[in-house]
Design a protein. Structure first.
Length: 169
């Protein structure tokens, strides 16, 4: 069954995500033990209905196992220079091999994050080491259709559902 309801994210959110933000993907085991991994690239479809995060399997074994078992997941998206933060949640994620296009886009993501984190005084080499992928063909894609979205930017609106914020910015 396809969800035809309006997407949770506005075009401004999609543009913000696709411009290059930091992403941390999380889930939990059957015994509620957390599993997390840093996304090495992110992309949101223009309609805001699907987000793809690229992960290195060797850095995210537990997380990938939890997601493949059908556990719920969340991803925190943050812009380091402003602390603007969103959290997206989904009841499940699809884990698959990254496409050649996604593999190639990983270097553009690194460049965007080098600019973003560079604005805080960190050298490009820091980000390159943090997001290094020696073998792009080994990346896996975690694809989600967000079911819930929250503003997590520090301040009075932290934790508020995005829908509740529309028209109040």
């Amino acid at each position: 069954m396809t969800n035809r309801a309006a997407p949770l994210l506005l075009p401004e959110h999609v543009a913000w995500i696709n411009a290059g933000v930091s992403g941390i993907v999380a889930s939990r085991s059957a015994t509620s033990q957390p599993s997390i991994a840093r996304a090495l690239a992110l992309s949101m479809r223009p309609d805001g209905r699907k987000l793809t995060a690229l992960l290195r399997p060797d850095q995210s074994r537990e997380l990938l196992s939890d997601l493949q078992a059908g556990r719920p997941m969340a991803i925190v998206l943050s812009q380091p220079s402003t602390n603007r933060t969103l959290q997206l949640k989904a009841s499940r994620a699809r884990v698959r091999s990254a496409t050649a296009y996604e593999q190639a886009a990983q270097s553009a993501y690194v460049a965007a994050m080098q600019r973003e984190i560079g604005s805080l005084g960190y050298p490009p080499e820091f980000v390159a080491a943090l997001l290094h992928v020696a073998q792009p063909q080994e990346l896996v894609a975690v694809e989600i259709a967000p079911e819930q979205a929250f503003d997590q930017t520090p301040g009075p609106r932290a934790g508020s559902p995005l829908r509740a914020l529309e028209g109040s910015t």
